[in-house]
Design a protein around this ligand. Structure first.
Ligand code: OOG
Ligand code: NI
Length: 267
């Protein structure tokens, strides 16, 4: 496990950029005209609720760095459960971790995932690099397609494994933009496609959080039977609003998150 939070996020970012070239361009686009670097609001990670690799196994890396549990979230139709984690230092990014509830999926999907995960050496989950180590199993294209018909989340996680599926620009911390809509306009003008599921902007001032995101880039995936371009990772933009005590809201909004998940759907 990492002992330095900045080092962990630097590694996660480096790994994320290898499959998300648009994030580097957007980072430059939004950050170029301000003095300070772009602030990362949060990242998200995905997994399956098997004992070897469940949400808690991923969370352990953040708890070891002083993070504490925030809220929990249920996604009935996507069969997901999630928790968020916050660091006592509000400048350190929040973390959103979800897991697919396999017992709610078909026996066929359960068997595919159990067999894939059986290829993983359980000792890797405590290694320094686990959270940006990608996948630990071989998979063929037909298996990917079978997963995709039942759960896009399962298919994505089966090919990309353990990595940040997005980083998130804190719109509050941008000096040249006030609203999320003005960020979206600049992104669209520069040719980036946004996730329109649930509207370009998810959430509202009433729920203390407005979010938007790009549609995931595509990157080559090596299957046992060849290479194919598959939706990889995306970039999110979040504007937070003050709570009653004046501090910015630090949680997530399930109805919005439900749509953000769809940023890895194929175009
Ligand atoms: C996480 C989706 C939820 C948010 O900010 O609400 C999320 C995911 O796609 O894995 O990141
Ligand atoms: Ni997010």
């Amino acid at each position: 496990m990492h002992t330095n939070v900045n080092e962990l996020f630097a590694k996660l970012w480096e790994n994320y950029l290898t499959v998300t070239p648009s994030a580097e361009k957007i980072h430059a686009l939004l950050g170029s005209s301000q003095q300070d670097d772009v602030v990362n609001d949060h990242i998200a990670l995905r997994t399956f609720n098997l004992p070897q690799i469940g949400l808690d196994k991923l969370a352990a890396h953040f708890l070891a760095l002083g993070y504490v549990e925030g809220g929990e979230y249920h996604f009935e139709s996507k069969k997901l459960y999630a928790k968020h984690y916050e660091h006592p230092d509000a400048n350190v990014p929040k973390v959103f971790i979800s897991e697919l509830l396999l017992e709610k999926c078909s026996p066929e999907l359960q068997k595919i995932i159990t067999d894939l995960v059986a290829q993983l050496d359980p000792s890797v989950t405590t290694a320094d690099n686990f959270l940006y180590s990608g996948r630990h199993w071989d998979i063929d294209q037909a298996t990917y397609q079978t997963l995709l018909t039942e759960s896009e989340y399962a298919a994505w996680t089966a090919v990309w494994g353990f990595r940040a599926n997005h980083f998130t620009v804190s719109v509050n911390a941008l000096s040249n933009f006030e609203t999320l809509d003005s960020v979206n306009q600049v992104l669209k003008k520069a040719g980036f496609a946004l996730n329109t599921s649930g509207g370009e902007i998810k959430g509202s001032k009433d729920v203390l959080l407005k979010q938007s995101s790009t549609l995931a880039d595509e990157a080559p995936v090596e299957f046992t039977d060849g290479t194919a371009l598959i939706p990889s990772c995306f970039y999110e933009f979040a504007r937070r609003f003050p709570t009653a005590d004046g501090s910015l809201y630090r949680g997530f909004v399930a109805a919005s998150a439900d749509k953000i998940f769809e940023s890895t759907n194929s175009r």
